[in-house]
Design a protein around this ligand. Structure first.
Ligand SMILES: Cc1ncc(COP(=O)(O)O)c(C=O)c1O
Length: 307
């Protein structure tokens, strides 16, 4: 409630998960049948695609534009839609309110559910987030949160908020397969929260991350590069004209010791958006300060002087 404006209960239940990707797989196995079709943003989060496919789902990609998932392009026969409305991964769009309404209407009309992956929802700086899909439509939305972006990926802790029929189905599935999330990480997170450390940690992140983001964005815009993505989360995007430009940027940066995450590898279908996603939260300040000019040099060359 404090960090995401979501009051869970009494109509919904919070369930611990081992993180988003495994929760996506659990939801598919517990609520859908093998061969059912699930729609997902393309480009999108391929671990969710992997989890859905491992659960026997047929996964279809839906294009993304400046407002996130193109609701008008979702095929009519899907049984569920996975999306990242607060901060589309990887392109960084924030889904506008009108499109959220369209998505919810689509789900209600077709009797399907929406998986709302709110992977970095706590990392908001100046702009207030739009209402969560689950607060707009708890009847058709399953909300997933994770500690991967705010604490550590290795912790393997997340949460699922949904109406009781859904959480009961997931719990029953856990009993059937004799497997449930390890409690160790949950104890760490609940102790961390109970003593106020989590709130302090989030306040600190909201203070220290914006200057890091500004360091990166200023350097890129100063060189005339197009920086896109909402002012939130832990990455920004620079789109490049084509696959060759992306490869050039990634390869030249790697040769100079900087890892750039190309957009091509985030596609389900043939890649059609090119560029890089640049993270600014994981590196310590001195490393970030060294990496930013190198990344900016490589991107400038790839953007303005394509080979
Ligand atoms: C779109 C998206 N969803 C979820 C996650 C976190 O997934 P998990 O909780 O399985 O680590 C990430 C982390 O990188 C992500 O990029």
């Amino acid at each position: 409630m404090r960090h995401r404006g979501l009051a869970a209960g009494p109509g919904s239940v919070v369930l611990a998960t081992s993180g988003t990707s495994s929760a996506v797989g659990e939801l598919a196995t517990a609520l859908l049948r093998p061969g059912d079709t699930v729609a997902i943003e393309d480009p999108g989060y391929l671990r969710a695609v992997g989890a859905l496919r491992a659960a026997g789902m047929n996964v279809v990609g839906v294009p993304v534009d400046a407002g996130g998932l193109r609701v008008d392009r979702i095929p009519p026969h899907v049984r569920a839609v996975y999306c990242t409305p607060a901060h589309q991964f990887p392109l960084g769009a924030r889904m506008p309110a009108s499109r959220r309404v369209d998505l919810i209407e689509f789900a209600r009309k077709n009797g399907i559910f929406i998986i709302e992956d709110d992977y970095d929802g706590e990392l908001r700086y100046d702009t207030a987030p739009l209402p969560l899909l689950i607060s707009m439509a708890p009847d058709v939305v399953v909300h997933l949160g994770t500690t991967s972006k705010i604490l550590a990926t290795d912790l393997g802790v997340g949460w699922l908020v949904a109406r009781p029929e859904i959480t009961e189905a997931v719990l029953a599935h856990r009993v059937d397969i004799g497997s449930s999330p390890s409690p160790a990480g949950q104890h760490v997170v609940s102790e961390f929260a109970r003593h106020g450390d989590l709130a302090r940690h989030l306040r600190r992140l909201r203070r220290v991350v914006p200057p890091r983001r500004a360091l990166l964005v200023d350097e890129l815009t100063r060189r005339g590069l197009p920086v896109t993505g909402d002012d939130a989360g832990s990455h920004v995007v620079v789109e490049l004209p084509d696959a060759a430009a992306e490869r050039h940027a990634v390869d030249t940066a790697r040769a100079r010791g900087v890892h750039l995450d190309g957009l091509a590898r985030h596609h389900l279908s043939t890649p059609h958006r090119f560029g890089v996603a640049l993270g600014y939260t994981a590196l310590p300040d001195p490393d970030l300060a060294r990496a930013v000019p190198v990344a900016a040099d490589c991107l400038t060359e790839a953007f303005f002087d394509p080979h």
